[in-house]
Design a protein around this ligand. Structure first.
Ligand code: AP5
Ligand code: MG
Length: 218
């Protein structure tokens, strides 16, 4: 099963993906997480991506497409794509790449949320640099303040692109370049499962699971 999870920055893509992959035994392929790993490894790709990410712009399509197509091809079984595709060019190239492997997208989930809600979510986000677990200063606190529940003694960090001025740019980028991906999929005949992402985390998960359970049962 290949699932595409769409939605603006801070919609909760990463949060929901962690739950989806556990339940359906899929691989989580987050373009943002892969880029951050490349950066912390000091790779050429990571260096190329750095300035785009830190200013809230998109990393160039050619870099992202080859990175994500390799990751998809390397993943055994199904996967959830989180943060990819983010432009219509990426969506077209993903379709071509899947086609050539006789694969297809089984479900597209679109997390919908207003910009006004997003700022607080992102500025309050903290994450574990070791396992990637995501927390929030108010809505999803770790058991011990500032430390990951899963990795003992691992301090949580704030992403550099979660500063208020960068969050604003990321939203501008989303509306200018990424929102159109939903239109691309609609036009191509895909069914899009829209979910209200301004809701409790568990309720969103339940809604997504009930849709995916329907697919698995077919
Ligand atoms: P990426 O890492 O993908 O960032 P993003 O899309 O901006 O999304 P986020 O990870 O910020 O948010 P999320 O939706 O995962 O929310 P989360 O679950 O963490 O990309 C980073 C950068 O990499 C991009 O800006 C770009 O430069 C580059 N890049 C990546 N992919 C690219 C591509 N395809 N092409 C070009 N460039 C690319 O939740 C956020 C917070 O809210 C957390 O604290 C969480 O606890 C909380 N929360 C979640 N759900 C709820 C809820 N329902 N109620 C209350 N709080 C909640
Ligand atoms: Mg994320």
């Amino acid at each position: 099963m290949i699932i595409v999870l769409l939605g603006p920055p801070g919609a909760g893509k990463g949060t929901q993906c962690k739950r989806i992959i556990e339940k359906y035994n899929l691989t989580h392929l987050s373009s943002g997480d892969i880029l951050r790993k490349e950066r912390s490894d000091g790779s050429e790709l990571g260096k190329k991506a750095q300035s785009f990410m830190d200013s809230g712009q998109l990393v160039p399509d050619d870099v992202i497409i080859s990175m994500m197509v390799s990751a998809i091809n390397a993943s055994d079984g199904g996967c959830v794509l989180d943060g990819f595709p983010r432009t219509t060019v990426q969506a077209v190239e993903l379709d071509k790449a899947l086609d050539s492997e006789n694969k297809k997208i089984d479900a597209i989930v679109n997390l919908q949320i207003e910009d006004a809600v997003i700022e607080n979510r992102l500025t309050g986000r903290r994450s574990c640099p070791a396992c990637g677990e995501v927390y929030h200063l108010e809505t999803l606190k770790p058991k011990k303040d500032g430390f990951c529940d899963k990795c003992s003694d691992q301090e949580l960090v704030q992403r550099p692109d979660d500063k208020p001025e960068v969050v604003k740019n990321r939203l501008v980028t989303y509306h200018a370049q990424t929102a159109a991906v939903v239109g691309y999929y609609k036009k191509s005949g895909y069914k899009i499962f829209n979910v209200n992402a301004d809701n409790e985390i568990d309720k969103i998960t339940a809604e997504v699971f009930s849709m995916l359970d329907g697919l698995v049962a077919v």
